[in-house]
Structures are given as C-alpha cells and as structure tokens.
Design a protein around this ligand. Structure first.
Ligand SMILES: Cc1cc2nc3c(=O)[nH]c(=O)nc-3n(C[C@H](O)[C@H](O)[C@H](O)COP(=O)(O)OP(=O)(O)OC[C@H]3O[C@@H](n4cnc5c(N)ncnc54)[C@H](O)[C@@H]3O)c2cc1C
Length: 504
C-alpha cells in the first residue's frame, strides 16, 4: 500500500488513541485508528443491561470546571461542550458497621471540623492535612503534562520548576506518604481504620487524594452526565468530524518493522496497512512483547513488566435495583466487623456506589448500585474459561449481596439484574495486562514517575511511539488524553511544524 509522510496509524481507540487522533488531524496528518473492540473509549466505558447503564470508569473527571486545569483540552476534544457534570460535596463516606462514619467532604473547612469532632486529640494532624488541601486548590496539575518531556529544554524545566516551587514543600511532604501510612499517625482507633479507605485505595500517595479533594472543592472533578461511554463517544465524534477514520473489530496482531523502522501493522485477519508512523495507544506489555515480539524492549521496561511495580486489578459487581436510593449517600465504604473471603482473599471492607445523581442511568424509581473491590488477577486467571469461572462469579457476588442486606435491608429482593466484571473481563474487552484499570498503580514509590512519565519511544526503533496509561503511571482520563496531545506536539516538532489546536 502507498503511504505518505503524513500518515499515522494509531492502535487503540481508548481516550489516549482518540485524543492523539484528534490532535493529529488538527495538524494536517492523516490518521487511521485500529480498535479491537466494537466501541470507542477502552476503559472509559459503560454497558447497558436490562434498561440499566452500568458505568465502568469515571468517578471524577479532572477538567470538568470551565476555565480550570484540563478544561480547555476537553474543549479541544469536543468532550465538554453541552455536557453537564455532577459535582459532589463529598467524595465518599467510610462507615464502621453499626458505628462511626467518616464523611470525606471536599470542602477543607467542613472536613477539618468534622474530623476534629471525630477525634479532638488528633487536631494538630488534622489542621495540617486540611491546610494541605487548601493549598492544593491553587495547584495546577496539568502543568506537569503541558509539554512533551522529550521536548523540554533547560529553560522549560526551569520555568516549570518556578511554577511548582511554591508547592514544592507540600508535594514533598504529602507525595511520599500513603493513606495507610498517614492513618498510623492518628490516635483515634476509628480514624486509624477509616483513613486508609478515604480515597478508595490504601496505597494512594496522600498528595494525590488531597489533590482530588482540592479539585472537587473547585468543582473541577465532576461526573459526566450520561456516563463514561457517552463521554468517549463525544471524542470519537470530534475525531470523525476532523476527518479521522476508525476501524472497529480490528485487532492488531503485529507491528511491521523494516530495518528498525516501524512501517505498518498487520491485523488478525492478515490485512496489512502501511504508514509513516505508528502510535501504540494500547496495552504496554502486549505492545512490547507481542506486537513487537520483544525485540525492542529496554532493560527498564523489562524490569517494570517483570512485576516490579503493582497494577490495580478489580472486581465490579453492578446491580440493577428496583428501589430509588437517592436519599442514601452516593458512595460508602463499609468497614466490616468480620472479614469475608472474596476471590481467595480476606476482605475487610466493601465499597458501594449508587448513581441516582444521573437519572439517565436507570429507569424511573430504580437505581444502579455498584460494588467495587481490589482483587487478585491470578485467582481469576487460573479458572478462566472453565465452568467454575462462572460459578465463582455467582458465588462471590452472592456473598457481597448478602453483605449489602446489612446496610440496605431488604435490598436482595429488589435486585433485578446482576453483572460481574472480573479482571478477565477488563483484559478481554480492553487488552490491558492483568485487567489493570490505570496501568501502573500510583503509589508513593512511583510518584516521581508520574511527573517524568515513562519514555514514549524506543531507542532502537524509529517512527514508533507509545502513549496512554502504561507510559503515564497512574493513568486517568485527562492524563492519557494529554499523552495523546503531547505525542502529536512531538511529531510536529520532528516535522518542523508549529503545533496547532482548535475548538469546535
Ligand atoms: C473502574 C475504573 C475507574 C476509573 N476511574 C477513573 C476516574 O474516576 N477518573 C479518571 O480520570 N480515570 C479513571 N480511570 C482510569 C482511566 O479510565 C484510564 O486510565 C484511561 O481510560 C486509559 O486510557 P488509555 O487510552 O491509556 O487505555 P485504554 O482505555 O486501555 O485503551 C486502549 C484501547 O486499545 C484497544 N486495544 C488493545 N489492544 C489492541 C490491539 N492489539 N489492536 C487494536 N486495539 C487494541 C483496547 O480495546 C482499548 O480500546 C478508571 C478506570 C477504571 C477501569
């Protein structure tokens, strides 16, 4: 096939691939996206069952507030125009069954007085923590992603350093401590148990959780009405409007290479497509070890994929419930008095969300209820494809539903539909290694990598680029969209073009 120097093939129509496609089209490139699924969005998705829409992604979207960090990027991508967002006043509640409740208010003043009521003796710690959130309301996280790292000059790093300097103390102080570590400083026994859960996972660096509260307080971390798939579809529409082409049900089997230069892709149906550049916006491990047959892996990558850093595999049980739960808090993590064993692991809490704040997701008078928990990939992988896999899904969801009865009496009788997504489901539908929901799980050990990012090119392979959650540790929808934006900025630079953006 003929190729032109402006042709780009993108593998994957997740948010990073769609964003790269949009920016490439804005800059005069001709792109084609090959996507193995029949939908856009990748992990940024939702699924419809029996009149219910089960969201599988966005709890909070950075950039949902007009004029705030990341918003203008979403405008460029056509994702926010005409879209409504729900901005919650509280991230979640953490409740001891039959006991106390921690309400994780996004307003630092409210949070401070609530925490002090719960534990006056931890006042000093609480004051420091809430002061940190106040300071982070002024911190622009998008600064860290604004320019491709590969293009940053000493002057750029200097300028970035100057912008970050006022926050350096707070970033250093809270970036190196996890929620679990922080909890150990409390004297109050309830807060020692509740604090590790207050941002949904205990390894989260405090700085990340505090930034989330700060962004929620600024009304810049909302839930998009219509849910995650509609959000992704808006970007797909923008991409198609810019003249891009997407081929669905088109799984790439191999990246074609000649003389250490990526020259095209071959699909599973054996069709080959040539191009001047290839951008992989899909799973990092399969890109390196399958699509490129492990021939260009660097030592650093080898070490990462050897299991050096953790990934986040999760179990999601989605329920369609014939009961309107709008009076209940939208997200509660229940600390269990007695642990239960779920998928081979002792589970000491369950996290439950309802989505009544978005009436488009359930029929009138009914609700979507979602239970989420971290789970072991290996457990599900060992039984996948056998009868026991289905039986296990039923068994584990039954245990969880029985637990729900305790918190929402009579709920079992109101359940009309049950859907279970294991790490195998995420892997099957999105190709992500171990079904990871965010690439590398963001922990205090890899906070530095979140700022620097991982390399987007391979030293011995030309015309090839990687974007998305596997090269932007911690992932997230805005960061991977920025990843797509940055790679096109880099490609424009290589071609001595001025990077252009426009809005609809
Ligand atoms: C439950 C859950 C909750 C989340 N909550 C939030 C949140 O509240 N806020 C937030 O910002 N982020 C959240 N995230 C994280 C966020 O969704 C991801 O980090 C982000 O969507 C990843 O985008 P990506 O483009 O890098 O990768 P993906 O979404 O994985 O996209 C990769 C695409 O490539 C396709 N593909 C894979 N292999 C091939 C192949 N060989 N050929 C062709 N196509 C291929 C896949 O089908 C997929 O469409 C959440 C994720 C999950 C799962």
């Amino acid at each position: 096939m003929k190729k032109s120097s402006t042709d780009i093939i993108i593998i994957g129509a997740g948010i990073s691939g769609l964003a790269a496609g949009c920016y490439a089209q804005m800059n005069g490139y001709h792109t084609q996206i090959f996507e193995m699924h029949n939908l856009p969005g990748g992990l940024c998705t939702a699924w419809k069952r029996n009149g219910y829409v089960f969201d599988g992604c966005i709890h909070y979207l950075f950039g949902s507030g007009k004029g705030q960090p990341f918003y203008s990027m979403w405008e460029e991508l056509g994702a926010v125009q005409g879209r409504q967002f729900v901005h919650h006043d509280e991230l979640m509640r953490v409740s001891q069954a039959g006991g106390k409740t921690l309400i994780v208010y996004s307003n630092p003043d409210k949070l401070e007085s609530h925490l002090k009521q719960l534990s006056p003796r931890d006042s000093k710690l609480i004051t420091n923590f809430c002061q940190g959130i106040r300071e982070l309301t002024r911190f622009d996280l998008s600064l860290l992603q604004q320019k491709p790292k590969a293009l940053m000059t000493i002057a750029d790093w200097w300028a970035l350093g100057r912008q970050i300097l006022p926050f350096s103390g707070i970033l250093a102080k809270w970036g190196r401590i996890s929620a679990e570590d922080f909890a150990k400083r409390f004297q109050d026994p309830f807060l020692r148990k509740a604090i590790p859960q207050m941002f949904a996972w205990k390894d989260i660096p405090m700085m990340v959780g505090m930034s989330l509260l700060a962004y929620m307080h600024n009304k810049n971390a909302g839930f998009p009405i219509g849910a995650s798939l509609e959000f992704a579809r808006a970007i797909e529409k923008r991409y198609l409007g810019l003249g891009g082409k997407i081929y669905y049900d088109s799984q790439v089997e191999r990246i074609l290479v000649r003389e250490d230069k990526a020259i095209g892709v071959r699909l599973y149906n054996n069709k080959e497509y040539c191009s001047s550049r290839i951008i992989s916006a899909c799973d990092g491990r399969s890109t390196l070890f399958n699509l490129l047959r492990g021939e260009y892996v660097t030592e650093e990558m080898e070490m990462l994929y050897d299991g050096y850093f953790p990934v986040h595999s999760q179990l999601q049980v989605s329920l369609g419930v014939n009961r309107y739960l709008s009076q209940e808090p939208h997200w509660v993590t229940y600390l269990l008095n007695q642990p239960v064993v779920i998928a081979g692991e002792e589970c000491r809490e369950i996290s439950v969300k309802h989505y009544c704040f978005d009436s488009s997701l359930a029929p009138p008078g009914k609700s979507v209820l979602i239970i989420m928990l971290r789970t072991s990939y290996d457990y599900w992988q060992r039984i996948y494809g056998r009868k026991i896999y289905d039986a296990e899904q039923i068994q584990e969801s039954s245990i969880l539903i029985d637990l729900l009865e305790e918190f929402y009496p009579g709920i079992k009788a109101d359940i009309e539909y049950i859907d279970v997504a294991t790490p195998m489901s995420y892997e099957r539908y999105t190709g992500n290694w171990q079904g990871s929901s965010c690439g590398w799980l963001l922990t205090k050990e890899i906070m530095g990598m979140m700022i620097s990012g991982l390399p987007k090119t391979l030293p011995d392979l030309d015309c090839f680029y990687m974007i998305g959650q596997w090269v932007e540790p911690g992932g997230s929808v805005p960061v991977v969209a920025m990843s797509g934006r940055n790679i096109i900025q880099q490609i424009c630079h290589e071609d001595s073009k001025v990077f252009q953006v426009n809005k609809q």
